[in-house]
Write a protein that binds this ligand. Structure first.
Ligand SMILES: Cc1cc2nc3c(=O)[nH]c(=O)nc-3n(C[C@H](O)[C@H](O)[C@H](O)COP(=O)(O)OP(=O)(O)OC[C@H]3O[C@@H](n4cnc5c(N)ncnc54)[C@H](O)[C@@H]3O)c2cc1C
Length: 568
């Protein structure tokens, strides 16, 4: 696969390009929504300038449950349209980014005295199958199944068959959704959009939009940007400015004189424990013993991810940049998990890491609780012509972005599309360059004599995270075998991977590398993070020629972050 460098060393060139031309669309926000808009634009030969105030996927798009899913639970609120849209998008992503978007089996168990009865579960998973598969180009991985308790005992021995409050297990429904690395999907979409534009379009991190520029009719046609790393300001001009600012949407629009509050931010946390401690082989949907709320026990290789919570954020904090998993969030999750997996007896000592995110939900008057607030999205605009898009889910980012581009054309912000293919809905349901199945990856390895230079866990990791680009990393390991050695015993990360990230994935800080280019922040034990940070900072230091002082600052900033994720 042809690889084009895209890195922080060329930052000045990127900024210069941003300053010097007029773009079709200025996109504020480098989360999955902004990334999706960039891709829709690039595929239709529209130029874009995507501006992100922190790192790409810094916001909610690196802190989700990391599922591309139809949202089985939305069936209970009769949101069939949302489920249909989401399963269609999920199926497309699974087919075209198979390394990053992978099938994951889910079990829902019915107990004698539980809230969900057997008939409801059977009806829900069969309806889910139908909405996923009927009259769609791409199908789900496999159909759902119904299990008897005796089968569940064999299939998933760790889940309880009996609980004093729930009674005996009656049955379980089993179906497939997918898991992913949300921030890497966001990044791959941005990279691919840049490639499609032959790097004529721009995506920059650490560039904060601080104000708007208006034309003589009072309509916004540009933004004032603060270069967060260089501390200077510059203007970017465009035909239209789109705010894809997630939870920061109100703040962004307030600067443009739009004073209606649209966003209702709710916090969700995840805690990560060794899979061998919990013993789940698949994922589970379970209900909290405290309030009956629904949450997941997920499986990601050697770890289990438990979450999420759903609590109003503003009563806790007004700082949208740094949500944390608190003791009470953790207790809420552990209480119920320890009832459903009674042999685990999880304590704080079992927690590898945590992360917390904030949902950019659209305010709704009717919702009785946080979980009732709709997950659908909305497009709206300020009087001076800033078009905002917010709400929704990562799973439906393509659909949201497509709708937005058509909206911009319909409202006259962009000229009509002349190419009939570009006018078609679903035009962007195309393959991704980096996407590759494990089989095809293994065949490529054989073809290139790369199949013997790494160990199984590292190969699996490089395939999953980097897809076809994993081949480039392995070629580098072949040329320099030492660069393939693990940076941390028992983990697949190596120097060749970090070198690749620095050269091709625009990561100016080690926070970017450890929190968003990799999943190291929450996948690796908190007490091993200092050792990893030191090694990664050394590699980055050589690449960027950092001073000792800068290197120390990078490590301490990251370790401060880790400290905040682990309060115990
Ligand atoms: C706990 C939790 C679990 C979830 N689980 C799932 C799931 O499993 N599946 C699913 O489909 N969805 C899930 N979601 C929802 C999903 O993660 C979000 O809908 C999605 O990530 C929102 O993306 P976004 O791009 O709109 O927002 P964000 O990712 O927050 O992106 C907005 C970006 O705008 C940037 N920005 C803000 N102000 C400025 C400025 N002035 N200048 C430049 N940039 C700016 C921010 O830094 C940020 O990076 C979950 C959400 C949460 C919180």
């Amino acid at each position: 696969m042809k690889q084009t460098s895209w890195n922080a060393k060329s930052r000045e060139d990127h900024l210069q390009k941003a300053r010097s031309k007029e773009f079709d669309i200025i996109i504020i926000g480098g989360g999955i929504t902004g990334a999706g808009i960039a891709r829709e634009a690039a595929l239709r030969n529209l130029s874009f300038c995507l501006l992100e105030k922190n790192d790409f996927a810094f916001g909610t798009s690196s802190r989700s449950s990391k599922l591309f899913h139809g949202g089985m639970r939305y069936l209970s609120s009769f949101e069939f349209g949302l489920v249909r849209e989401s399963t269609t998008e999920r199926n497309w992503l699974m087919h075209h980014l198979p390394n990053l978007v992978r099938p994951l089996g889910f079990l829902y168990c019915a107990y004698e005295k539980g809230k969900d009865n057997a008939l409801e579960i059977i009806a829900a998973i069969k309806l889910y199958d139908a909405l996923s598969n009927i009259m769609t180009q791409y199908k789900n991985y496999r159909s759902s199944r119904i299990f008897k308790p005796e089968f569940v005992e064999e299939f998933e021995p760790a889940i309880t068959q009996y609980d004093p409050d729930l009674g005996h297990m009656k049955m379980a429904g089993f179906y497939y959704d997918t898991n992913c690395d949300d921030s890497r999907v966001t990044l791959e979409i941005i990279k691919e959009s840049l490639e499609k534009s032959n790097f004529e379009s721009i995506a920059t991190n650490y560039t904060k939009v601080v104000d708007y520029i208006k034309n003589s009719q009072g309509k916004v046609n540009g933004v004032l940007v603060n270069d967060v790393l260089g501390d200077e300001s510059f203007e970017v001009k465009g035909k239209v400015v789109v705010a894809a600012g997630g939870i920061w949407t109100d703040e962004l629009l307030k600067n443009a004189g739009y004073n209606k509050e649209k966003i209702y931010p709710t916090k969700g946390v995840h805690i990560v424990v060794p899979n061998e401690r919990l013993g789940n082989r698949n994922a589970f949907g379970i209900r909290s013993f405290d309030d009956g709320r629904f949450f997941f026990v997920l499986r990601r290789g050697k770890v289990s991810v438990i979450g999420t919570t759903d609590t109003a954020y503003y009563p806790e904090s007004k700082d949208l940049d740094t949500p944390w998993c608190k003791k009470e969030d953790c207790d809420y999750l552990l209480n119920s998990v320890n009832r459903f997996f009674p042999h685990a007896k999880l304590t704080y000592d079992d927690i590898i890491g945590t992360y917390a995110g904030i949902r950019p939900l659209i305010k709704s008057e009717d919702a009785k609780s946080e979980s009732d607030v709709s997950r659908s999205h909305e497009i709206f605009e300020s009087d001076d012509g800033i078009v905002a898009i917010a709400g929704g889910k990562s799973t439906t980012h393509r659909l949201m972005a497509e709708e937005l581009v058509f909206y911009l054309i319909e409202k006259g912000y962009l000229p009509k599309l002349t190419n009939t293919d570009h006018q078609a809905k679903g035009f962007s349901m195309q393959p991704f360059n980096v996407g590759i199945t494990r089989n095809d990856f293994d065949n490529l390895l054989k073809e290139k004599n790369l199949d013997n230079i790494s160990w199984p866990d590292q190969l699996e990791y490089l395939h999953q995270q980097f897809g076809k680009q994993g081949i480039t990393i392995l070629e580098n390991i072949k040329n320099n075998p030492e660069s393939g050695l693990p940076l941390l015993k028992g983990y697949p990360h190596c120097k060749a991977e970090i070198d690749f990230i620095l050269e091709y994935e625009n990561a100016p800080t080690i926070m970017d590398i450890l929190c968003r280019r990799t999943e190291a922040q929450w996948m690796i034990w908190h007490y091993k993070q200092a050792e990893l940070a030191e090694k990664v900072a050394q590699i980055a230091s050589e690449y960027y020629s950092w001073s000792d002082e800068r290197k120390k600052l990078e490590i301490s900033t990251y370790m401060e972050y880790i400290k905040n994720t682990i309060w115990f």
